[in-house]
Design a protein around this ligand. Structure first.
Ligand code: FAD
Length: 288
């Protein structure tokens, strides 16, 4: 349980971090909260020769809450988002999801940027960022770009991030008239989502006009259940419509199978989590 030897670099600015990443190439890894990277190093699944600590970089810190958008620095911890009152008022899904990540120790160190970059298939943030239509701002030696959450998660621990790129911030639109919910079946040991489903419905004059469904834990990467989303407009909780939604939501994804949940059980959990998240949203009158 001891990592192999590594050098430790603490850049003073984002540009220094990018230069260090470019200099060390594949042998270096960014270090944020360390709550995914360090366990992998201890198990020798990862053996970087250089760790570039980005925790204190001012460019990656801070949360700004605007009328139309919340911008979250990549090095913001889960706990900071769990307890941020302005974020809670603008985007209640964010503290609700943060609160369900692991335990207080992990939430105090782990960061949203680290979680998205790591792209664990059972992590909570990806489902929420998909349901909220977040955009991930990244920068590297070749410049900056913005990636829609929908295009970010590519496979098992695989994202659209290119070598040398750093997630700087996550921008989340504030959509008037929306209601949100997150339902997750926790792994009893780690707290990770065996399956987690985030739902955002938008209402106009009391009628559901559409929405987003983000799913984590079910397949090798988080995804949007787009065929089910197409059935959301006009949904008012009718049982037959809900069944049709559940039937198509997971049909295009290959379920993970592990010691905890085989494919059949995982599908059953996913249907149940989506059913509950929809019921939460449709029975609530808390539209923001
Ligand atoms: P790190 O471990 O520091 O880094 C992870 C990876 O991301 C590394 O490859 C690193 O180089 C890269 N990286 C970090 N920041 C950036 C950046 N800004 N740009 C580009 N790349 C970057 N997560 C959940 O979602 N739900 C859970 O229930 C849950 N339970 C957990 C239980 C335990 C016991 C532990 C140890 C972890 C758990 N986690 C869970 C994971 C936790 O949320 C991690 O904090 C998170 O996945 C990674 O964030 P980090 O800041 O610790 O990243």
């Amino acid at each position: 349980m001891t990592p192999s030897a590594f050098d430790y670099v603490r850049p003073a600015s984002l540009s220094e971090a990018i230069t260090a990443l470019a200099r060390h190439g594949d042998t270096a890894r960014l270090l944020a909260g360390g709550h995914s990277l360090l366990p992998m190093m201890k198990l020798r699944i990862a053996a970087p020769e250089v760790l570039i600590d980005i925790n204190e970089l001012s460019e990656l810190r801070g949360v700004s809450v605007g009328k139309s958008e919340v911008v979250i620095g990549a090095a913001t911890t889960h706990a900071a988002l769990e307890h941020h009152t302005e974020v809670a008022a603008a985007l209640p899904l964010i503290p609700a999801v943060a609160h369900q990540i692991a335990d207080a120790t992990v939430r105090n160190r782990g960061t949203i940027g680290g979680s998205l970059a790591h792209a664990d298939p059972s992590a909570d943030w990806p489902a929420a960022m998909l349901a909220l239509d977040a955009v991930i701002d990244v920068t590297g030696a070749r410049g900056s770009r913005s990636i829609a959450a929908r295009d970010f998660f590519k496979g098992l621990f695989e994202t659209d991030l290119q070598p040398g790129e750093v997630i700087v911030a996550i921008r989340v639109p504030v959509v008037a008239g929306s209601r949100t919910a997150y339902r997750k079946f926790r792994h009893p040991a780690s707290g990770y989502a065996v399956v987690g489903v985030a739902v955002r419905l938008t209402f106009e004059r009391g009628r559901c006009s559409g929405g987003r469904i983000g799913v984590t834990g079910f397949a090798d990467h988080a995804f949007r259940a787009e065929r089910a989303e197409a059935l959301l407009a006009g949904h008012a909780g009718q049982a037959d419509r809900t069944e049709r939604l559940l039937d198509v939501a997971f049909a295009d994804a290959a379920p993970l199978e592990d010691r905890f949940a085989d494919a059949e059980y995982r599908l059953q959990l996913a249907r149940t989590m989506l059913r509950r998240a929809l019921a939460d949203v449709l029975s609530s009158d808390k539209t923001r």
